[in-house]
Design a protein around this ligand. Sequence first.
Ligand SMILES: Nc1ncnc2c1ncn2[C@@H]1O[C@H](COP(=O)(O)OP(=O)(O)O)[C@@H](O)[C@H]1O
Ligand SMILES: CC(=O)OP(=O)(O)O
Ligand SMILES: [Mg+2]
Length: 589
Amino acid sequence: MQILVFNAGSSSLKFGLFSVDRETREVFKGSYERFRNGECDYRFRHGETDERGAAPFASLREALTGVPDALMRFGLGSIDAVGHRIVHGGAQFSAPTLLDDARVETIASLTPLAPLHLPANLEAVRLCRALWPELPQVAVFDTAFHLTNPAFATTYAVPLQWRDAGLRRYGFHGTSHKYVAGRAAEEIGRALGDLQLVSIHLGNGASVCAVNRGQSMDSSMGMTPLEGLVMGTRSGDIDPGAFGFLFRELGLSVQEIEDALYDESGLKGLAGSSDMRDIEDRAAKGDPQAQLAIEIYAYRVRKYVGAYAAAMGGLDAIVFTGGIGENSPSMRRRICEGLGFMGLQLDHDRNMAANLADRAAPQIQAYGSRVRIVVTETAEQLMIARETAAALVSERPESPLRLPIAVSGRHVHLSREAVDALFGTDYELTHATLLRQPGHWSAKERVALVGPKGRLERVAILGPLRERTQIEVSRTDSFALGIDVPVRDSGRLEGTPQVTIEGPAGSFTTDGLIIAARHIHTNPADAARLGVEDGDYVDVRIADEDRALTFSRTLVRVGTDSFTEVHIDTDEANAAGIEVSATGELVEP
Ligand SMILES: Nc1ncnc2c1ncn2[C@@H]1O[C@H](COP(=O)(O)OP(=O)(O)O)[C@@H](O)[C@H]1O
Ligand SMILES: CC(=O)OP(=O)(O)O
Ligand SMILES: [Mg+2]
């Protein structure tokens, strides 16, 4: 499948054509940037060709119109779908979404939350819908990755009425943070779920994200991409008291203040240029304004690194990305300076020599530095291509038989009585992540399971609370515990073995330990399309090339608003060669 990807940022238009099959390959890479009086720089890469020059586009929106011609010129007409970076998805969009009129409208209504970005993002959508009305278009949201942030990180301490009107923190650059965190974990050679990482995206827009064991916990941008770091033209953090001062003392209107904070502040406000290359050149020549701008920029980033290490209660690695993070060794050095007290020490030679060619992710910490320092190119377009392909598989109406497979790790469903015993009376679990099944969540808290032969640590708790506690493990886990566990449908707990659950406030011994029988959740509409009914047993085929497998006797469970997906456990996923996600199909009886 060939996917065209648009990434309209605040200062550049990046686009790419990807061939997505089992592997994702970038066939064509293009960019338009440094817009100035009537022209901009462009760069096109295709096979051996690497072409640069000036194009007659004064703005990013004009540059959009150049994309179809560019593709045509390289003979790249065949496109199956378009993926768009959409900067703001509000609370409405938690995953990549196939665009239709209604969804485009919903996104347009979020424009006040990202006035610098959404107009250009939507312009790209409109252009593609006009050019290729028959092609599916998918939106991939910057905000989606951060919807796992806990309420204490997303809530502003303002009146309830404002919060009810939608004032809350979201966070951006999610596609980038998600990619580079994964890339860093891969480079370090540990599971992302084991790492406490700070991801530092320094482009024209810039943000820091606390990626706590694989999930975004907090990020420096807020309701809009204005909060946080010093950026090319944006102020980042500023005392909210400034608004009253600017209004009363300088007579500025709300619009004037906002325009200046978005377009005339940051590096541009401090030193007259939004481009770090210019600022570094001038600082090197002794320009005091440029030198101060660099110091402020680095200091702000360093403060966030410290803050997020504290927020997560630990730090294993930081990862630099974005135009500045990737290309400016001197900025990386300034940011890392003085962080030796928390075990973070840069190696100056490695920092200078960092080479990111071919998706490399070099480590540039000094020998003995407890915290790793990784540099890597971000790959927003690549991620968008992958997520677009995945969204098409799960949403495409003409292929209703593709079933998303969800792999359940070991977890517990607790009763009120169990929560009281494990965490203290009336304790409320913290909802850390929303699961795909409506109303279901996983908690921030974890428990341990104890059997005669061993313990399983950090076992997830899934909500909502239930009448009876149920503990779901795999066959492999049952060996580790030393308990003979039966395979059962969820809720059929009579005669199941006992296990002890341990929490911070005490332990709780109960029956209800099962290996969950594989099943399909679905809703009446999808069930009708699939031709199945509640209580049916069906066969689901996983078409992995190396380990293709058919799961027979899979129970169908129809719920009014269930999200259609097949639930299998980790042993079953391993047997079918599923690493992260997959889809399956019903085998016709
Ligand atoms: N070699 C370099 N040294 C310092 N800064 C650089 C270098 N190359 C690019 N940059 C900076 O990266 C920033 C643009 O980052 P980028 O991620 O491309 O932007 P966008 O957020 O628009 O995608 C600019 O400030 C630019 O000056
Ligand atoms: C959200 C944001 O600031 O994006 P960019 O860095 O592309 O401007
Ligand atoms: Mg960017």
